[in-house]
Ligand binder design. Structure first.
Ligand code: NI
Length: 257
């Protein structure tokens, strides 16, 4: 069975058939999914999804490009709701300088605040970092993010950066991008990193793997990602699925599940 560590089933791309799709996951070989909040609205929907479906867990946090909407009172809402029973992480949080929105100082301020929230609540973090490797690493070191642990979602940096995050004890999230023709960098990272720090993720509805690239993504596509990793690591698909699923349960501390 496969564990999808990062999806956005609250997205409007699933409005037409969300229930049908989510109910088909177990039969499709998906044992569990962590739905990850990105805006305050999606955090609310994420929490609802965890109540409605036993195999869905949630992460609550505000994506760097959405931090312009955060205020002390909305932060208070997050503070209260991360205590809900099936909320297993704070995320996705981080820095995104690709979109440059809002300004870097605002992104950094709320990244630090949300790391601090995770520390106080004793939760791991789901990190989103794009075109901001150095600042992300500097803030995580300054805030001792290694104490909380977590995952660098959709890992897209070099082997050198991978080493830095692995040294902090973090997992790296690998998804559809590893199947893309131009994904040499990600394949090098997969080759380099130990399998026991790798977790599978879709980022659904985005980043569908080959042969479904460009279409709406879902957890059901993760077998293509597992196959690509098994080729790179020269091990069986079964081993990739078993080890990454165990990693996901360690990452989100779902040891008894
Ligand atoms: Ni995401």
């Amino acid at each position: 069975m496969i564990f999808d560590t990062h999806a956005h089933y609250d997205d409007e791309a699933f409005d037409q058939d969300r229930n049908q799709l989510l109910c088909s996951l177990r039969e499709g070989g998906i044992e569990a999914v962590v739905n990850v909040g990105a805006s305050l609205k999606s955090c609310r929907t994420t929490q609802k999804l965890t109540e409605d479906y036993p195999w869905i867990y949630g992460a609550l946090g505000v994506h760097p490009n959405e931090t312009g909407e955060l205020t002390e009172s909305s932060f208070q809402w997050l503070e209260t709701h991360v205590d809900c029973p099936k909320i297993v992480a704070v995320g996705e949080i981080g820095l995104d300088y690709y979109w440059e929105e809002p300004d870097h100082d605002t992104q950094k301020k709320w990244f630090v605040r949300q790391l601090d929230l995770a520390r106080r609540k004793n939760l791991p973090v789901v990190i989103h970092s794009r075109d901001a490797a150095k600042d992300t690493l500097d803030i995580m070191k300054a805030e001792k993010a290694g104490d909380m642990g977590g995952v660098i979602h959709c890992f897209s940096y070099s082997v050198e950066m991978a080493r830095e995050f692995l040294n902090m004890g973090f997992f790296l999230g690998i998804g559809g991008v590893v199947t893309f023709k131009n994904a040499r960098k990600v394949r090098e990272v997969v080759e380099y990193m130990p399998l026991d720090r790798l977790v599978l993720e879709t980022d659904s509805p985005y980043l569908a793997p080959v042969p479904n690239r460009g279409k709406r993504n879902s957890s059901l596509n993760l077998s293509y990602v597992a196959e690509e990793i098994s080729r790179i690591k020269n091990i069986s698909v079964e081993e990739v699925e078993a080890v990454t699923s165990r990693n996901a349960r360690n990452l989100y501390r779902l040891i008894d599940f």
